[in-house]
Structure formats: structure tokens, C-alpha cells
Design a protein around this ligand. Structure first.
Ligand SMILES: Nc1ncnc2c1ncn2[C@@H]1O[C@H](COP(=O)(O)OP(=O)(O)OP(=O)(O)O)[C@@H](O)[C@H]1O
Length: 534
């Protein structure tokens, strides 16, 4: 049994060994097969990868090619679109042009139709007229006579009205002159300027206007304190009376209203002189040549009136000079500024025709009212070149704006030649008060000389002696104005007054001088005025 077991165990061992060997062999074979398989698979995978990579490469280059193609295609399409767009724009423009043409054609058509309608109606009217003319001659000639008569009546009536207008204009001129003469051929207005912001109220002179609610002719000034021999202190009440007194609130427009009739006289052929007299800073320049002063206002009024007179047959021309009398020398304020105080100008009088000319003077034709502003500006600029301070020079010289007005009536053959002189006098302060020396003294002496000559001329005119001597030659200013002072000419003097107490003494002197002028009567006017001391 044991043997059997032993044998079986041996056999089992041998079988097991045999099996182990077989298993090892099989395992080896399998492993060899697995390795073969792996190698084969690896190769296949490599092959497959290479194949895929090559396919991918092909695909990539194909896609790049496609993209390039698409890009080219896109650019082509873009170009096509641009071309189409341009084409569209051209078409639109053409369409617009066509539309406009159609519109114009329509308008032409409308005009043509209306013309044709008018022509048709004219043709109808002409036909009717032909028929009328071809019908009864008697009726026709009666109607013609009636029309003719009506026309002649209308002509005669128009002529009569025109003639009446002309007669009335001549009468108006005559009456206007008579009114002016009755008012006095020399008039004096007094104007008190307002105090300026820089002037304290405590420094002002006490002035009253007793009849300002009435006709405004008086001014009352409380004089400086005076000590009597008994030691009492008094203040004199000075009353002056003139043709008009303008208080400080009066504007240039109101002042001009009062002088506009004199401006009218210049247009009617008279010589008119308007002076501004007063000490420095009393408002002469403001009244005369500021932007709304008498000079620009006079020029504007002359333009308007001259235009109105055109339908009555009058045509006016206006020639302006602007001169300055400085140190008894005549200067052209519209000429070359470098020639101021150097160039000599002479005053020439034509005694027969009563005309004054100045040699080598600039004459400006005022063909529009705006020209006056240019003239004033140029004159001011010229003075500034000649002096460091233009206003200082203007205080020490007389300026004369001369406007020659020549009118011709082409219907009546009348002619008028008038001159308007607007004079801004130099400051009238007295020598003793100015404390001047040297050049200033010479200036002041010259100013005083011409102002007193002016007073002498007015006073000689006032004495009214036939053929009496009038001292025009005593100063350049009076000589220049010879034909505008006296005779049938009209003179207005503005006496300008400063409201300052510091100027009171000069103010009283100015007002006394103005009163003398006011008491003078020239020509046919009769008037008396007085200085009243209360
Ligand atoms: N009616 C007025 N209303 C307002 N301001 C005025 C009036 N009159 C004068 N003034 C002012 O007073 C000042 C002095 O006036 P303006 O220069 O006209 O005096 P003037 O007498 O011409 O002096 P000058 O002799 O120096 O030329 C100026 O500033 C001016 O503007």
C-alpha cells in the first residue's frame, strides 16, 4: 500500500514536474507570443500614427490653402461691394439731378402756362379793344377826350400842388428866419454840468434854478463868503438870466432840441456860429463833440432835413473842415498830424461873396452822416500826436468844425449857401488864476487874447454903428469867423458852468461875460437881459 502510495506519489511528482515544465514552456511560449504581439501592435500604432500625422499635415495645408482662397474671395467680394456702392452713389446723384430737372421743368411749365394764360387774356383784351376800335368812332373819340381831359386835370393839379409846396417852403424859410431874428441874432444858453463821481457833494456850489418849472431862463448862485467893514460875514446871491438855463440833469438831446432851429437856418442859407465858452473841465467838449454831442447831432439832422427837401427840388452838398487855433496858429485837424504846428495856413476872405477859405486845408465831403464820427476820431487822434495828453491840448486850443452847406433847387433855380460853425473854445481861466509861466504863459495869453477879441467883436457888433469898425483882425479866431459873426448871421453862445466851489470865482466871471454878450443885440432883434444882485 505504501508502495502504491509511494509510486503514486512519485508519479504525481513526475506528473507535477511534467506539468510544471509544460506550464513553463507554455508560459514562455505565451510570453514570447505576447512580446511578439506587443511589438506588432507597437509597429501598427507607429504606422497608424505616421499615417494619421501625414493625413493631419495634408488636412492642415489643405485648410491653409482654403483659408487663403477664402481671403482672396472675400477681398474680391469687398471690391465688388465698393464698386457697387460707388455705382449706387452715382445713380443717386443722377437721380437727384434728374429730380431737380423735373422740378425745374415743372416750374418752367407753370410759368409758361401762366404766361400763356396772360398772353391769352392780353389777346382777348386786344381783340376786345380792336372790336371796340372797329365799333362806333364817335363813342371812341369821346372816351379818349374824357381820358385826356382827366389826365390834363391831374397834371395841372399836381403842378399846382408842387408850386404851392415850393411857395410854402420859401415862405417857411422866410418865417423861420424872422422867428430866429425875433429870438435875437445872438443868443446865450447856460449849461451846468453834473458833479462827477470823484467830486464830493460837500465841494459843490449852491445853485438854484428859480423858474425851471416855467421857461428855465434863470440861475441863482450863492457867492463866496465876504466880510464887511463892520466884520459881518455875508454871502451874495447872484442871479443871472439867459435865453435858456440847463440844469445838471439835462441831457445832450434836450440841449440839441433848443439849437436844432439854428441848424435849420444853416440849411436855409445863413451863417451860424455856435460857441462853447467856459473854464477847463466845465463840459464844453462833452456838449460839442462827444459821441452824442451837438456836432454829430447837427450833421444827422442836416442829412434828414436835406433828404426831406429833395422832393421839393433841393439837392444839398456838405463839405466839412476841422481846424484848431493854437497859439494864434491855424492847424488842420484832418490833415497830416506831423504837420501840426508846422504847416502855415492862411485865411482868405472874398469880401464880395462873403466867403472864407483856408489855404491847404483838408475838406471832407460828408456823403453819409456816419462820416462825422470818423472826422471827430481823426481830429482827436491828430491832437494826441501833437500833445502828450490830447485833452490838455484841447483845453488850450480853440477847435472849429466848419460845415459848408450848398443847396440848389433844380425846379425853382434857387440856391443857398450856409455855413455852420461849431466852436469848442479853449478853457477861459484867467491868467492870474492859472499861475502859468513859460510856454503855458504864452498859451494862456493867446487864449485870453482871442477870448477878449471875441468879446470885443460881439460888443462892437452890438453897438450896431453903420460902417463902424469891428475888430475881427485882432485874433485868428475872430478873423476866421468874420462872415459868421454879425451881419445876418446867427450866433449862439453856450456858457458852460462847473458845479465845483473851487471853480466858483471862474464861474462868476464866465457868467458875467456871458451876460454882456446876452445884453448885446445884433440885427433886428430887440431883447434886454440883466444881471441881478440880490
Ligand atoms: N452834461 C454832462 N453830463 C455828464 N458828464 C459831463 C457833462 N459835462 C461834462 N461832463 C464830464 O465832465 C468832464 C469834463 O468835461 P469836458 O471835458 O467836456 O470839459 P471841457 O470844458 O471840454 O474841458 P477842456 O477845456 O479841458 O476841454 C468830463 O469827464 C465829461 O465827461
Amino acid at each position: 500500500m505504501d508502495d502504491l502510495c509511494q509510486r503514486q506519489r512519485i508519479e504525481l511528482d513526475s506528473v507535477q514536474q511534467q506539468n510544471g515544465r509544460e506550464i513553463a514552456t507554455i508560459t514562455d511560449r505565451h510570453q514570447e507570443e505576447v512580446r511578439d504581439l506587443k511589438r506588432r501592435f507597437d509597429r501598427e500604432i507607429e504606422d497608424e500614427k505616421a499615417a494619421r500625422l501625414s493625413a493631419l499635415g495634408k488636412l492642415t495645408s489643405q485648410s491653409a490653402l482654403d483659408t487663403q482662397k477664402s481671403q482672396i474671395e472675400l477681398e474680391r467680394k469687398d471690391r465688388e461691394i465698393t464698386t457697387l456702392h460707388d455705382g449706387l452713389q452715382t445713380l443717386k446723384t443722377e437721380l437727384d439731378r434728374e429730380r431737380r430737372m423735373v422740378h425745374e421743368l415743372k416750374l418752367n411749365l407753370d410759368t409758361t402756362s401762366s404766361n400763356s394764360a396772360t398772353l391769352e387774356s392780353s389777346v382777348r383784351a386786344l381783340k376786345a379793344r380792336i372790336e371796340f376800335l372797329e365799333s362806333g368812332r364817335e363813342e371812341q373819340s369821346k372816351s379818349f377826350e374824357r381820358c385826356n381831359q382827366q389826365m390834363m386835370d391831374a397834371f395841372a393839379e399836381t403842378e399846382a400842388i408842387k408850386e404851392k409846396l415850393r411857395r410854402e417852403e420859401t415862405l417857411r424859410r422866410k418865417l423861420h428866419n424872422q422867428v430866429q431874428e425875433l429870438k435875437g441874432n445872438i443868443r446865450v444858453f447856460c449849461r451846468v454840468r453834473p458833479s462827477l463821481k470823484s467830486e464830493p457833494a460837500s465841494d459843490l456850489t449852491l445853485m438854484q434854478y428859480p423858474d425851471e418849472a416855467d421857461d428855465g431862463k434863470e440861475i441863482n448862485i450863492l457867492g463866496p463868503e465876504e466880510r464887511s467893514s463892520l466884520g459881518t460875514v455875508n454871502r451874495k446871491n447872484n442871479t443871472f438870466s439867459f435865453d435858456r438855463v440847463f440844469n445838471p440833469s439835462t441831457q445832450n438831446a434836450e440841449v440839441f432840441d433848443e439849437i436844432s432851429q439854428l441848424v435849420q437856418s444853416a440849411l436855409d442859407g445863413y451863417n451860424v456860429c455856435i460857441f462853447c465858452y467856459g473854464q477847463t473841465g466845465s463840459g464844453k467838449t462833452h456838449t460839442m463833440s462827444s459821441a452824442d454831442g451837438m456836432i454829430p447831432r447837427a450833421v444827422h439832422q442836416i442829412y434828414e432835413t436835406a433828404q426831406g427837401l429833395e422832393e421839393k427840388g433841393w439837392r444839398y452838398s456838405m463839405a466839412g473842415n476841422f481846424v484848431e487855433v493854437y497859439n494864434e496858429n491855424l492847424n488842420d485837424l484832418l490833415g497830416n498830424p506831423d504837420e501840426l504846428d508846422k504847416k502855415k495856413h492862411e485865411i482868405r476872405h472874398d469880401m464880395q461873396r462873403g466867403k472864407t477859405t483856408i489855404t491847404d486845408i483838408t475838406t471832407v465831403n460828408l456823403d453819409s452822416p456816419e462820416m462825422v464820427e470818423t472826422i471827430l476820431k481823426n481830429a482827436d487822434a491828430n491832437r494826441s500826436v501833437a500833445a502828450t495828453k490830447a485833452n490838455e491840448r484841447s483845453s488850450r486850443s480853440h477847435s472849429v468844425f466848419i460845415l459848408k452847406l450848398t443847396g440848389q433847387n433844380h425846379i425853382t433855380g434857387e440856391r443857398s449857401e450856409g455855413t455852420l460853425n461849431l466852436v469848442d473854445l479853449a478853457g477861459s481861466e484867467r491868467l492870474s488864476h492859472s499861475g502859468a509861466t513859460g510856454e503855458r504863459l504864452k498859451e494862456t495869453q493867446n487864449i485870453n487874447r482871442s477870448l477878449s477879441s471875441l468879446g470885443d467883436v460881439i460888443s462892437a457888433l452890438g453897438q450896431g454903428k453903420e460902417g463902424g469898425h469891428i475888430p475881427y483882425r485882432n485874433s485868428k479866431l475872430t478873423y476866421l469867423l468874420q462872415f459868421s459873426l454879425g451881419g445876418n448871421s446867427k450866433t449862439l453862445m453856450f456858457v458852460m458852468v462847473s458845479p465845483l466851489q473851487a471853480h466858483m470865482s471862474e464861474t462868476l466871471t464866465s457868467l458875467k461875460f456871458a451876460t454882456k454878450v446876452h445884453n448885446t443885440h445884433i440885427g433886428t432883434a430887440k431883447r434886454q437881459a440883466r444881471v441881478r444882485d440880490a
